[in-house]
Design a protein around this ligand. Structure first.
Ligand SMILES: Cc1cc2nc3c(=O)[nH]c(=O)nc-3n(C[C@H](O)[C@H](O)[C@H](O)COP(=O)(O)OP(=O)(O)OC[C@H]3O[C@@H](n4cnc5c(N)ncnc54)[C@H](O)[C@@H]3O)c2cc1C
Length: 534
């Protein structure tokens, strides 16, 4: 199944990546049929039939290059011993959890807010897209406002019950799994309102459960020539995107969640206090950037309830697909284009036409055997959707009962061919079939490894482990965009060094001394021997 040389190349990256049929790929999709979202299973059971789909099903490498309130005293700033936050704190007993549930029911008497229905507890506490151990939650509370979140956090803190935010449920590393001793799932998905649009200022204020696709659709429907460029999995929400420090196919041009796309966030801290990290001004030099503290924090430092998003101007977009004899040729071609004066910043229709010719020339020079330019917007949308739905194509290609472990690493771009070759060799030697997709302009690499039953799981897990070590040996990272969750935390010390991880723990301990905010994710546990950063 592993065929080298199929690439998708997006020119003048900037889309409104609005799919006409929005599909939520996480568990949330299964629970939100009332909102008109197709569920994961519906989406996967209908394989895409475009003439281009064949290039994506089992393709060796599809590269999206993107030229294309009280208890205030709980906050303590004392220095902490290494990795102590992950030590088991004294969490609530079963009886105390039941008392907390009663208190939640009293606080939210309206129907539909508090659920202890077993299916919901399991669905909200585990992901169909990850295979890390997970426990069901004890209770799911659907919140509608910052005040609701404060109420839940205060009850969680009073009884010392872990609290786990759940939004689009598209994360892939066990990020929102329940906690064995009992946990409160904070369902943020109903906090999906756009609160203000400031067209002249190029920004927008929304609740954290708003989906990036819906935001872009609303802007388009209103005729506002702006969009939000971060584009992770279909169905992902702003809160989850901040939580995972996401990026996507547009990153090569617009950067990642770590850049300046979040002007301000409203956060409920573990002590129940509400903070806003900034105001709406584009720039601010008021101290260090506390917004960034919450980006990639995976709900372990606070719950984001609102965000002010910076928007980008819409520019014309074109999509093309090119095929190369091997990964190295493709990487070199993309790098030559990205290092050109216009690089990823091609702006107008006429410049796109000119640049398309240049790109075609560069691709040819680097051995491209096929270059297909989308003639219409429909063709472009279809080509691009094929890339976005590579997971579904992979699932469909494996027949009934196929499961897929999706993993993500990132290396310096020049190392991508080596990573791809070695990984391909390893997967073949392990007898595993996989689709490999990536973002060649960023050196970001995903393997979508197919398997059929639990017996095969250890083999897959070991292949993922070797892939991560391969990436780290190439001066890369264990995750380019999907985040750490449960699945990648064991690599943090090797990647960052003990001192950096201890620094992260110090911040966690200061903000959440009871370790109630999404425990068991992100921070490695125990005392590990690792090497410090070079
Ligand atoms: C098909 C597919 C394609 C994907 N492609 C990409 C891609 O290109 N790029 C990419 O980066 N990712 C990608 N992903 C992964 C996923 O879409 C991202 O990780 C996304 O950012 C998760 O958002 P979410 O709303 O689904 O978050 P969730 O899965 O609901 O939560 C993610 C984490 O954030 C925390 N969290 C959620 N809401 C809040 C909040 N309000 N406050 C604080 N913490 C919160 C949760 O507790 C959890 O730890 C893909 C996933 C799929 C299934």
């Amino acid at each position: 199944m592993f065929r080298s040389g199929n690439f998708i190349k997006r020119l003048a990256v900037n889309s409104i990546p609005v799919s006409r049929n929005s599909r939520s790929l996480g568990n949330a999709g299964q629970l939100r049929r009332t909102l008109g979202f197709r569920s994961f299973s519906e989406a996967t059971s209908k394989p895409r039939t475009s003439n281009l789909a064949g290039y994506f099903v089992g393709a060796a490498l599809v590269v999206a290059a993107g030229l294309l309130a009280d208890n205030q005293g709980l906050i303590s700033l004392r220095p902490t011993s290494a990795f102590s936050t992950s030590k088991s704190k004294q969490y609530a007993s079963h009886e105390e959890v039941q008392m907390a549930i009663s208190e939640l029911r009293e606080s939210f008497p309206e129907k539909g807010y508090v659920s202890t229905e077993p299916d919901a507890l399991k669905t909200f506490g585990s992901s169909t897209n990850s295979y890390h151990p997970a426990s069901p939650h004890s209770v799911v509370v659907q919140v509608r406002s910052t005040e609701d979140v404060v109420k839940v956090v205060n009850i969680a803190r009073k009884y010392r019950i872990p609290i786990v935010a759940y939004s689009g449920a598209t994360s892939l590393e066990g990020h929102y799994s329940g906690v064995e001793t009992g946990s409160i799932c904070l369902d943020m998905s109903a906090m999906d309102q756009i609160l203000e649009i400031h067209e002249n200022d190029g920004d927008l204020v929304c609740q954290s459960g708003a989906r990036w696709e819906d935001i872009n659709r609303v802007l388009k429907d209103k005729g506002i020539p702006l969009f939000f460029p971060l584009d992770p999995g279909p169905g992902a929400t702003i809160g989850g995107m901040i939580g995972t420090g996401c990026s996507g196919t547009n990153a090569v041009r617009y950067g990642t969640a770590r850049a300046e796309w979040f002007l301000n966030v409203t956060v409920v801290l573990a002590n129940g206090k509400v903070i806003k990290t900034r105001r709406r001004a584009r720039k601010s030099a008021v101290g260090f950037d506390s917004t960034k503290l919450f980006i990639g924090a995976e709900g372990t430092l606070g719950i984001v309830t609102e965000a002010t998003l910076r928007l980008a101007p819409l520019v014309p977009t074109k999509v093309a697909m090119a095929q190369f004899p091997d990964v190295e040729h493709a990487v070199n071609a993309v790098q030559e284009i990205l290092n050109a004066p216009d690089g990823a910043h091609i702006r107008t229709d006429s410049s796109i036409k000119q640049t398309a010719a240049t790109v075609k020339g560069i691709f040819k020079k680097h051995g491209s055997e096929r270059f297909e330019f989308a003639a219409t917007q429909e063709q472009a949308d279809e080509m691009w959707e094929n890339r976005k739905y590579a997971l579904m194509s992979t699932l469909s290609s494996g027949g009934d009962g196929t499961r897929v472990w999706t993993t993500d690493v990132c290396v310096p771009v020049s190392k991508l061919p080596e990573l791809a070759y070695e990984t391909k060799k390893d997967l073949v030697a392990s007898g595993l079939q996989s689709t490999i997709v990536g973002h060649v302009g960023d050196g970001n690499f995903h393997a979508l490894i197919k398997f059929h039953d639990d017996k095969e799981l250890p083999k897959v897990s070991e292949a993922v482990h070797r892939l991560v070590h391969r990436a780290l040996a190439l001066d890369g990272t264990c995750t380019g965009e999907h985040g750490v969750g449960v699945g990648k935390k064991e690599y943090l010390i090797e990647e960052l060094g003990e001192n950096t991880v201890e620094f992260m723990h110090t911040i966690k301990e200061a903000l959440d001394p009871l370790n109630i905010m999404n425990p068991g994710k992100l921070y490695p546990e125990g005392k590990h021997v690792g090497k410090d950063h070079k």
